[in-house]
Design a binder for this molecule. Structure first.
Ligand code: SPV
Ligand code: MG
Length: 301
């Protein structure tokens, strides 16, 4: 992490470099401007704007209950809050190829580095709910990928095609074939998803993939497999997909429970960031400096 010292002119260029680097990159989930700042502070190279986490933080389900413009609003706070490249979870693209075209243009305008689109049906279902989810027609989905690439407003914007065949219980051959179709439609990377605990199908997929474009994985369910195995398998980018959202749930629950039971703040104060830490994280120092420049009578001597 954090070894990349080259300077890039755009966030999309940074994400493209991460995806195509010889070393494995790590994207960490964020779901707000604040969590995006915390990801940057921790030293990550990029951000995963998780659909699940953004939805949950808004109090709704990961079933396209939040509209794409509502997600866009959240994502804009994230890109405004950090210099890290943000890869947005675009679910199924919120409709057909035409919805994808408009989504991609708006993401580019908000300084988003890339979008990930998955080959399922709108409204989407989270990959970890139920069995045998219905997949998109691969030709129709390839058209969406092509539409996304044709609509991007800068050359480096990245379109990641997410293959849900293994999630849906289809064969490895189908997963590989779909990945190849999406690659040939212009995808800059393939996200191969799996919910099996042992990570075996991810490693098998990686071994058989022709490597026309890089692979991205999300080890939420196969978290116990050592990261080194995926690095050795040549995985380009690993996404830690929902761990800030889950951490915040745990922390908020503990604090709520303690304050509610004790009717006091005494028991939680020590374990929490100081209020001044909030000011630091959202950069009040910059505002103080700007006041000296712009407010009458407060010019620096
Ligand atoms: C997300 O974080 O919203 C994802 C990853 O799409 S998963 O929850 O594994 O589907
Ligand atoms: Mg998602």
């Amino acid at each position: 992490m954090g070894t990349n010292t080259k300077s890039y002119s755009s966030s999309a260029e940074k994400l493209r470099a991460l995806l195509n680097s010889q070393t494995t990159a790590f994207l960490m989930e964020a779901h707000s401007g604040l969590s995006a700042r915390i990801v940057e502070e921790a030293g990550f190279e990029g951000i995963w704007a998780s659909g699940l986490a953004i939805s949950a933080a808004l109090g709704v389900r990961d079933a396209n209950e939040a509209s794409w413009t509502q997600v866009l609003e959240v994502v804009e706070f994230m890109t405004d809050s950090t210099k890290l490249p943000v890869l947005v979870d675009g679910d199924t693209g919120y409709g057909n190829f035409n919805s994808v075209r408009r989504l991609v243009q708006k993401l580019c305008q908000r300084n988003v580095a890339g979008v990930c689109l998955e080959d399922k049906l709108f409204p989407k279902t989270n990959s970890f709910i139920g069995e045998g989810q219905e997949l998109a027609d691969p030709l129709e989905f390839a058209g969406k990928i092509k539409a996304a690439k044709d609509s991007q407003l800068n050359d480096d914007f990245c379109v990641v095609a997410r293959v849900e065949a293994l999630i849906a219980g289809k064969t490895m051959a189908e997963a590989l074939q779909r990945a190849d179709q999406y690659y040939r439609a212009g995808a800059d990377a393939i996200l191969i998803h799996s919910k099996k605990k042992d990570g075996a199908e991810i490693l098998a997929f990686a071994a058989q993939w022709h490597r026309g474009c890089p692979l991205v994985i999300v080890p939420t369910m196969y978290y116990a497999v050592p990261t080194d195995e995926f690095i050795k398998a040549g995985i380009a980018t690993i996404i830690w997909a929902n761990h800030n959202l889950r951490a915040s749930m745990a922390s908020m629950r503990n604090v709520c429970r303690a304050i509610q039971q004790s009717r006091s703040l005494q028991c939680v104060e020590e374990g929490l960031p100081a209020v001044s830490d909030i000011f630091d994280l959202v950069d009040y120092a910059e505002l103080s400096a700007a006041e000296k420049t712009y407010l009458p009578g407060s010019a620096q001597s």
